[in-house]
Design a protein around this ligand. Sequence first.
Ligand code: SF4
Length: 335
Amino acid sequence: MELSKLFRLVGLSAYDVCHEKCVFDPFRHVYRSGKLNLLKTLISSSCSYDCLYCHNAWNKGHKATPDEIADLFDYMRERRLVNGAFLSNSISDPEKSMGDIIEAGEMIRKSFRGYLHLKIIPGCNRDQIERAVELANRVSVNLESPSYSILSELCSTKSRADFSRTFRLALKLSKRCGKSFTTQLIAGVGETDRQILNVAERIYRNGASRVYYSPFRPVKNTPLGGKNPERKKRITKLYRADALIRLYGFSARKLSEVMETEFLPDEDPKILLAMKKIEAGEELETLEIPGVGLRKAKLLEKGHSLAELKRLGLSVKRESVFLKSQKRLADFSIY
Ligand code: SF4
């Protein structure tokens, strides 16, 4: 096992987001994502596609075999460095690339029942998608852009038909088997927040577990190497809006009410929408109250007052400000 080659493939998988707070430990070659320490790796970085932003399209690649990846996982697991794996691949031929991911996943599964995330390669066949869903806890197909016209400018070799067939099938099968399905959108390559949120909403309504937003970062020796990186602040705002859609049931259309341009405002959209409703003399639904998350909403809906929430040690300062003008303040009042 040539560790240096394999660790180069681990480093090159950085462009796949596995969690919004995923951090790479370059000394242990491990990606930390919550309680998971992941071996996140490509099996090969030799790609025949031409994505303008991607290192693998424009630089000499490295290749491993599925059994080398499985051996690397065992090696790192024996040393207690990892407790999960996320396998991805560049694309030579879609079925061959997906076949390698599945083969490595099957070898890992012989002795490991823990977390396994497998990337699904657009253009692979139905049996492969079924097998990947069967093996993995989570599968993902990266959408990359909310607009096909932007995607086709970024990559002339990706087929729209392959892409949407694979995406829909993987989402449907993972939902049917109770497995997690995620996707990734790159922010900063010409799309607007409005486009991103409209697409994210559709994906969530179809049963995806998460949409991740990856800020565009210029990579040396690629055609977009001189382009400015996307601002961190935009990604933070996208995740904030994403939580409103995913967890609180806000629609993308609702969020667009507080967007003066095609982009999210700097202020928290939940606060702006609450203020708009209050000014119009309307009452806020529980999850529309700024400061109220899922836990507090459950307690309030069970009939607990703000005073009781406060006694439970929860802060209710923000909520009480927004509830002052409501009739329900009588129920919620802490004064
Ligand atoms: S398909 Fe595009 S993004 Fe994926 S590895 Fe190949 S060049 Fe990179």
